[in-house]
Design a binder for this molecule. Structure first.
Ligand SMILES: *Cc1c(COP(=O)(O)O)cnc(C)c1O
Length: 322
């Protein structure tokens, strides 16, 4: 752009809320896959952006556009101390011209590299103890509930959960389509579940693209937390018609819990593929898929897709183990 054009650009030009999506579908090879006659693929949403990672961009995209449409100036959201969502919101806010405020579960001692990155992207962090954190409405009200903030702030739920997340995640299915917009050429699609919004979005994407093919892929969710059945009604509030299989045996003791078996699987997978997975979400997801394949859960010739939902920060918190 030449100088004259620069000068004529309004100072407060609003930046378009979009990212160029680079999320190829890559094949995964391995002796156990060949032994079972399975072809395995990975949708690389981890490559969308280093900090606005994977499904966090999918979930933020329409929320941010809504915030812009309403003329809001600041994004306010919630997260744990290692939250991929806080970091994504901080970075996206900086990129698209919003200020950001993050309520962090815990006290100042929770400081870590992820929160440092949030701060670096200009996010204001407010630490909230675990008891108060449970009542998000009251936390929000006490900081942001008064005018004039009401008209300036845009609240986004923890993990980006909500109807905007549903729309963003549903778009993944469109990127899987085969030639001539036929249904995705996969028999099974797997994703990790924290809040379940990604799964709900995939379910919606599949249902709304299933026009005239009988061969509907089966959607599978692997929750990464213990006793995760409470997520099912939560998923149905976002998308009532969601059809999926639900695999509750791969939580490894609960959210952000790990085990030597999981860590050894992750080590092997990273070394074999050059694709980084981590213990909180994608490690459990891949472990589950490989475990089912090894146990012969899918007929020979099955085509399976794993959604790599991103999330490098889970690794930052546990790097001492690797
Ligand atoms: C947040 C996150 C998830 C969880 O997604 P939900 O839509 O909340 O189920 C999965 N994978 C990664 C890498 C994440 O950061």
């Amino acid at each position: 752009m030449c100088g004259a054009e620069l000068d004529s650009t309004p100072m407060m030009a609003e930046r378009e809320i979009d990212l160029e999506i680079h999320s190829p579908i890559t094949p995964i090879h391995g002796p156990e896959l060949e032994a079972q006659g399975i072809s395995l693929w990975m949708k690389r949403d981890d490559l969308i952006h280093p900090f606005i990672s994977g499904n966090k961009w999918r979930k933020l995209k329409y929320a941010l556009r809504d915030a812009r449409r309403l003329g809001r100036k600041r994004l306010v959201t919630f997260g744990g101390a290692w939250s991929n969502h806080l970091l994504a919101t901080a970075c996206a806010g900086a990129m698209f011209g919003f200020r950001t405020l993050g309520f962090v579960r815990g006290d100042e001692s929770a400081s870590n590299p992820v929160l440092s990155l949030c701060r670096l992207f200009g996010m204001e962090l407010v630490y909230v103890d675990r008891t108060r954190y449970r009542d998000k409405d009251s936390v929000y009200e006490s900081h942001c509930g008064r005018t004039p903030n009401q008209t300036l702030d845009y609240r986004i739920d923890e993990g980006g959960f909500g109807p905007h997340a549903l729309e963003g995640c549903a778009e993944i299915i469109g990127e899987l389509m085969g030639p001539g917009d036929s249904l995705p050429p996969f028999d099974h699609i797997f994703c990790a579940c924290g809040t379940g919004a990604t799964l709900a979005g995939l379910a919606k994407g599949l249902a709304t693209s299933a026009t005239h093919t009988p061969q509907q892929p089966i959607l599978h969710g692997i929750p990464v937390l213990r006793s995760a059945d409470f997520l099912i009604p939560q998923i149905r509030t976002l998308y009532p018609h969601a059809h999926f299989e639900w695999h509750t045996e791969y939580h490894f003791g609960g959210y952000a819990k790990s085990s030597p078996e999981l860590e050894s699987f992750i080590r092997q997978f990273c070394a074999d593929t050059g694709i980084l997975i981590e213990p909180v979400y994608t490690g459990k997801l891949c472990f589950g898929v490989f475990d089912m394949i090894r146990k012969g859960a899918f007929p020979r010739g099955s085509r399976i897709l794993i959604l790599h939902s991103g999330g490098l920060t889970g690794m930052l918190g546990m790097h001492q183990r690797f």
